[in-house]
Design a protein around this ligand. Structure first.
Ligand SMILES: [Mg+2]
Length: 393
């Protein structure tokens, strides 16, 4: 099957509640949806979530990156099987305009295109999306031979004390075994909040914290110390990316493992983190890290260095990224924390028809193929019916 056309559009997806953390606040998510159609009419869909404050990308920027892509490299002889289709897209590069020393400024565009390409070819060859992992380089022990059920974390974002309490109680009643709490928001008493969450969530719940770059390395040890009484398990991105190297000296003094998120967007970030000893855990997100192939490479890098892995998500991802994340999570062994598939709880409307939100306790079953599964478009007026903004071929 030969590539016939590629289309992309901006889906502005309204959220059910305003999401707030230390560096951002939003009530809608601006997502990039890419559709790839093969000459037998098979169409696959992909999604990326460009965030200027993470990978320095915008929706308009992703359009420009796609318009100038070297499409002729995808147009050669059509792949003879799914393995060839995976290899073709895994080696496909998108070039952002201007300097890109961290190799991240085309990541969400690359993610959307890669998922759409893989979805289309997996459907055309009658294979499930997760089988792409078998055709990408990784150590044999990293992948489950068949997809397994997974368990997602809950998340408490910053809000007023009453709403936060309700949110924590919901997490408890919903049976989550892991919960992430956003900290570092101006004007909030984090030690007190964490103690309150610990009381509500109980002693057994794994509670981790995410500061979204809020704190300075200068007083980080003093900031973190009063939080430890509530026994958080991991501290995510405590300092701004441009001061992340300070963690080499500070990390051993914090008394809590450190996860990198905003400072982990590509291969060079990962290598530096390992070389300098900046992290205990990598937060790998498909869109932020440039798609499935590159995310798997970062996970491999972490595993090989003895680090832990979180497969994270961007709040506001639609069912397309939820489905792709589920396929990956259900095959990769050793993911310590899993985020995503929040669809029904976060989105006012979705671009897919099916509801693949996790169930009680954050539990979710593997998705059947072919491709991402029955990810059909909904008729949602808020996001799905935006006309394509651009396309090629
Ligand atoms: Mg984070």
């Amino acid at each position: 099957m030969r590539l016939r056309k590629v289309r992309w559009r901006h889906a502005r997806v309204p959220l059910k509640t305003r999401i707030r953390h230390a560096s951002q606040e939003r009530e809608a998510s601006d997502n990039l949806i890419v559709s790839v159609t093969l000459d037998d009419g098979t169409t696959g869909h992909g999604e990326g979530v460009p965030r200027p404050y993470v990978t320095n990308e915008t929706i308009e920027g992703t359009f420009g990156v796609l318009e100038s892509a070297p499409w002729e490299r995808l147009l050669g002889d059509p792949p003879r099987d799914f393995a060839e289709a995976v290899a073709r897209i895994a080696s496909f590069e998108l070039e952002p305009p201007g300097p890109d020393p961290r190799g991240m400024r085309a990541n969400s565009a690359r993610c959307a295109l890669e998922i759409a390409w893989l979805d289309a070819h997996a459907r055309a060859f009658g294979r499930p999306f997760h089988e792409a992992i078998d055709h990408l380089p990784h150590r044999a022990e990293t992948a489950h031979p068949a997809p397994v059920a997974v368990r997602y974390s809950g998340a408490v974002t910053a809000a007023d004390p009453r709403r936060e309490r309700i949110s924590a109680w919901k997490m408890r009643l919903y049976g989550f075994h892991q919960v992430k709490v956003k900290v570092g928001v101006e004007g909030q008493d984090d030690p007190q909040r964490l103690q309150r969450f610990r009381r509500i969530l109980g002693g057994k719940c794994d509670v981790r914290i995410d500061a979204n770059e809020a704190w300075s390395p200068d007083d980080l040890v003093e900031r973190v110390r009063p939080l430890l009484a509530a026994r958080p398990s991991v501290l995510e991105q405590p300092v701004p990316h441009d001061r992340v190297e300070a963690l080499a000296a500070l990390r051993p003094r914090l008394g809590i493992p450190v996860m990198l998120d905003e400072s982990l967007c590509g291969e060079s970030d990962g290598r530096r983190a390992i070389e300098l000893g900046l992290a205990d855990i990598f937060n790998v997100r498909l869109s932020k890290c440039g798609g499935v192939a590159r995310s798997l490479a970062l996970m491999e890098m972490a595993f090989a260095a003895g680090l832990g892995v979180q497969l994270g998500c961007h709040p506001g991802e639609t069912g397309i990224l939820s489905a792709a994340g589920r396929h990956v999570a259900s095959r990769v062994r050793g993911i310590r924390y899993l985020e995503g598939s929040y669809d029904r709880h976060v989105l006012q409307c979705n671009v897919i028809r099916e509801d693949i939100t996790f169930r009680y306790g954050g539990r979710a079953a593997p998705l059947p193929g072919p491709g991402l599964g029955g990810v059909g478009r909904s008729g949602c007026p808020g996001c799905a019916d935006h006309p394509p903004s651009g396309g090629v071929l």
